[in-house]
Design a protein around this ligand. Structure first.
Ligand code: GLV
Ligand code: MN
Ligand code: MN
Length: 451
């Protein structure tokens, strides 16, 4: 929402879209363009101070005061870097760096990178934040080198990617791409009863930019893997080919509360027991289906939640994921059959509410090939892989060529304050992002260099 500013226009030193480290023709020696790993680490550490929790992690649930403080900090960096910053009606923030081809300060024709800065309540400092701050580091690197790209470059952070307070997850990118109506998103109530619309107004991030927004030229999201594959293998870069399907359901079980000491087992309508049975069932289901099937009960509440009272109500969530849509549908059908059996066995009522449902999303092959090419040109080891976590990129993939870059997460730990990625991997991933974005956005050739 500040005055648009063009980046300083000076002669470019090099063309980082190519393997600049190896480019040495005749008398012309290119200087390798690289991001500043220490500067990126400083920003990651500074953002992690906002909503900091014991153990080095962050609690910045979407649209809370902590989220607002994180947003304010990142926006201040965007302004410092000369980006034209806009906020849209769902609170997504986009900073645009103008290109030669266009004076426009809207993101539509831009090559975009970004992710999210909201966290789960027990979040680490890298999930989402890394991708946004690496995008800013790319901008800083281009500014320092005086490089103006042909097309504009945009760095975005999307509202409520995590979905831990308001479902569905990836809410901001869903609205940005037109897959979720704005009104529906704004009227969503969170686990604390607050609405997205009220909370956006309260924190001052209900912006004027319209949604759905124009599709970017391309979207690249850099993220920590959040799983163990790269770390275990010792591979430096994950080339993400797809995001697995996600099915989130909230279940409300209604039984009868009664005295824990006097009610015979055969006469109970125990909502707590039924909830426990579901936890057990989904675990066994995932083991039985095997392959990529995973299943989690991550939230549960008992009512009245007292030691000597049979619960009359339980509310819990089930998170089912699979890379294969047919297998995911099978898991959903098996869960539905289990709920039916439980209704009979314990004479409880069970109501279901879908919180999120996304089919698996393949990324654009030309984008994954580009990422792989640049990672290898930088001398980094790569492997192709699906993403187990949901990401804003899976929504952007519906409107523009999209792919993701992963770096290793130590021990595969995430959504946990112990989430950690080694500095050399943080730096390597950001250098791959730099190279890919430069190629996509088109850099100015070095002065006097052959075309
Ligand atoms: C988002 O982090 C998700 O995959 O749950
Ligand atoms: Mn994330
Ligand atoms: Mn996350």
């Amino acid at each position: 929402m500040s005055a648009p500013a063009r980046p300083p226009r000076r002669e470019a030193l090099t063309s980082p879209g190519e393997d600049v480290a190896q480019r040495q023709e005749g008398s012309q020696v290119s200087i390798a363009l690289r991001i500043d790993g220490a500067r990126l680490q400083r920003r990651i550490a500074q953002l992690a101070e906002v909503g900091a929790i014991d153990g080095g992690g962050c609690a910045r649930l979407a649209l809370t005061d902590a989220d607002r403080a994180g947003r304010d900090l990142v926006c201040s960096w965007m302004h410092e870097l000369g980006l034209a910053v806009s906020v849209d009606a769902i609170g997504n923030v986009v900073g645009v760096r103008a290109g030669h081809n266009s004076d426009t300060t809207v993101a539509g024709p831009a090559v975009m990178t970004g992710s999210h800065i909201d966290t789960v309540r027990t979040g680490g400092r890298y999930d989402g934040n890394y991708g946004v701050l690496a995008g800013l580091e790319v901008v800083a690197t281009l500014n320092d080198a005086g490089i103006v790209t042909e097309h504009p470059l945009a760095v975005a952070f999307f509202t409520n990617e995590e979905g831990a307070r308001f479902a569905p997850d990836m809410m901001g990118s869903l609205v940005y791409t037109g897959a979720l109506p704005l009104d529906e998103a704004l009227s969503t109530r969170g686990i604390d009863g607050a609405s997205v619309g009220d909370e956006l107004q309260r924190i001052g991030y209900a912006g004027p930019a319209p949604v759905p927004a124009a599709a970017p030229r391309a979207f690249v999201e850099l993220h920590v893997e959040q799983g163990p594959v790269l770390d275990r293998e010792g591979t430096q870069i994950g080339v993400v080919e797809s995001v697995q399907g996600i099915s989130w359901t909230e279940l409300e079980i209604l039984g009868t509360s009664n005295h824990a000491g006097t009610t015979p087992m055969a006469l109970r309508r125990d909502a707590g027991w039924a909830a426990g049975s579901i936890i057990n069932f989904v675990r066994e289901l995932a083991q039985e289906l095997g392959g990529d099937q995973v299943a989690t009960v991550g939230r549960i509440e008992f009512f009245p939640n007292l030691v000597n009272v049979v619960p009359n109500r339980a509310v819990l969530t089930v998170d089912l994921r699979n890379t294969d849509e047919a297998r995911l549908q099978l898991a959903e059908a098996r869960l539905a059959a289990h709920l039916e059996a439980l209704r009979d066995a314990e004479t409880v009522d069970i109501a279901t509410r879908s919180l999120a449902r996304f089919a698996p999303v393949p990324f654009a092959p030309e984008m994954t090939a580009r990422i792989e090419h640049h990672a290898r040109a930088l001398g980094l080891s790569t492997r192709r892989m699906p993403s187990g976590a949901g990401h804003d990129a899976q929504m952007l993939a519906a409107v523009c060529p999209t792919a993701m870059i992963f770096v290793p997460s130590v021990d595969g730990i995430s959504h946990n304050v112990r989430e950690y990625t080694h500095p050399e991997h943080i730096e390597a991933g950001a250098n791959v992002l730099l190279a890919v974005l430069c190629e996509l956005a088109g850099t100015t050739p070095p002065a006097g260099a052959p075309a």
